[in-house]
Write a protein that binds this ligand. Structure first.
Ligand code: EPZ
Length: 425
């Protein structure tokens, strides 16, 4: 079993460049189904989830050339299937992002119903309700969602109950091929939504208002293949900025737009972390103690849930007391339980975590509960007394490219190691 082993207390400083955003790249890959021909995506992160999405597209008939480790050439002219099997959806729930493009291209799709995951039920009822409004009929048969459009896709106004990222994306990717105008109200506003809208418009679509709560889409008859650069990963960047805040030393984080982390950077400044914003990155460091701020996760431009664990790690060290409220997922505090093994004092009350800072963490064996919690446990290990061993690191590999190498590049004593599966971790 692979683990990440960290020896705490070493100086961590320097510069790191982040990759393209996982939470954009996966949807841009799915969107290439809408534009038959050779699409080239650059700045694609070399991570496990991208490899799974590649398998999904190949299963549908696409041909994929890995031009270099961060450039994919995806030929979807050969896509002739609209069935995405359970074993791929079970590996990665984001495979459901092919639903909208398959409906847009073929007017039908069969996608396995995704199960839940560690952080929550992850339902797709809003995807289904919105697509039904566009004229899609669904039936659930033995765990598969069969979607058809007996009368084609027709534009209409869809108001989302919640600004769901995935539902907004699936609706966008179906609506670009619907007859007439679609308005998505209460749409998600994440930078990854804007990146997807840019790709679709480059393909010949007409998508207006992405990044605002109201997105208006005029359906078009066809879309053509493009070359597109994936937007920088604001969450990978935020993870390294949180690391700088934790260790206190200056870290320059490059390859992303600081405007995509607006509230996070402002909250970190309130916590006493210095942030120098630059064109495509920031320099972050800390001189004084970590101050106390309360955090409420919300859809963009609110505080991102994907930065909750990394920020709780910061708040758990020092003398601050604060409340972290998780409003987006129903079960995203498992990281806190693991951090308590390292000496943190955190009390969970429903979707609130009451955090009392402690002077230091102590190294321990901990399990990565999910992608971001795993990264945050590695962060904690950097400043803990002694050795920390993080297991279940496949979660981290899903969304962080060369995480260990990047930390080593900053001077951290961290390594990937293999231990016998029977080890009592
Ligand atoms: C995307 O997930 C991201 N994943 C998540 O990142 C991120 O945390 C989330 O957006 C919020 O920003 C990808 O882009 C691959 P939602 P998604 O639809 O689209 C509920 C990471 O760490 N909901 O905005 O699934 C849902 O259960 C991952 O990189 C419904 O109830 O997020 C959740 O509680 C984790 N019904 C909330 O809404 C629906 O139909 C937000 O979900 C859809 C969602």
């Amino acid at each position: 079993m692979d683990v990440i082993r960290i020896e705490g207390g070493h100086r961590v400083t320097g510069e790191v460049t982040v990759e393209g955003a996982k939470n954009s790249a996966l949807k841009l890959m799915a969107a290439t189904i809408l534009a038959p021909g050779v699409n080239t995506l650059t700045n694609v992160p070399n991570i496990a989830d991208v490899h799974v999405m590649g398998k999904v597209l190949k299963r549908l008939g696409a041909k994929i050339d890995v031009v270099d480790v961060h450039t994919l050439r995806i030929d979807t002219s050969t896509v002739e299937s609209w069935v995405t099997p359970y074993e791929l959806v079970a590996q990665m729930r984001a495979s459901t992002a092919v639903l909208g493009p398959l409906l847009g291209r073929f007017g039908k799709a069969t996608v396995a119903m995704p199960g839940g995951c560690n952080i929550g039920a992850r339902k797709i009822d809003m995807h289904i309700l919105g697509l039904q409004a566009l004229g899609v009929d669904f039936d659930l048969d033995h765990g598969d969602i069969n979607a058809t459009t007996p009368h084609g896709l027709s534009g209409t106004t869809v108001t989302l109950d919640f600004a769901s990222v995935g539902a907004t994306e699936n609706l966008m990717m179906a609506a670009v091929r619907a007859k007439g105008t679609t308005v998505i109200d209460n749409a998600a506003r994440e930078p990854e939504i804007v990146d997807l809208a840019n790709l679709l418009n480059e393909m010949g679509a007409s998508v207006k208002g992405a990044g605002s709560p109201v997105i208006e889409i005029e359906g078009v008859a066809e879309l053509h293949p493009v070359t597109h650069e994936v937007v920088g990963d604001r969450i990978e960047a935020g993870t390294f900025i949180a690391t700088a805040g934790l260790v206190g030393e200056p870290v320059e984080v490059k390859g992303f737009d600081p405007a995509h982390l607006g509230l996070v950077l402002r909250k970190y400044e309130q916590m006493g972390i210095s942030i120098e914003r630059r064109e495509r990155g920031v320099l972050a460091w800390r001189e004084g103690p970590i101050g106390s701020v309360d955090i409420q996760t919300l859809p963009f431009p609110g505080f991102p849930t994907d930065m909750q664990a990394q920020t709780m790690c910061l708040l758990a060290l020092g003398s601050a007391s604060c409340v972290v409220t998780e409003n987006v997922f129903e079960n995203r505090f498992m990281f806190a339980s693991e951090l308590q093994r390292m000496g943190a004092e955190i009390r969970i009350e429903g979707h609130h975590a009451i955090v009392h800072g402690v002077p230091r963490f102590s190294g321990a064996q901990v399990k990565s509960p999910d992608l971001r919690g795993g990264a945050a446990l590695v962060m904690a290990g950097l400043v803990a007394d002694g050795i920390t061993v993080v297991s279940d690191i496949y979660h981290i590999d899903r969304g962080y490219e060369r995480f260990v190498e990047k930390l080593q590049g900053l001077g951290a004593r961290v390594e990937r190691a293999s231990v016998p599966d029977s080890a009592d971790l």
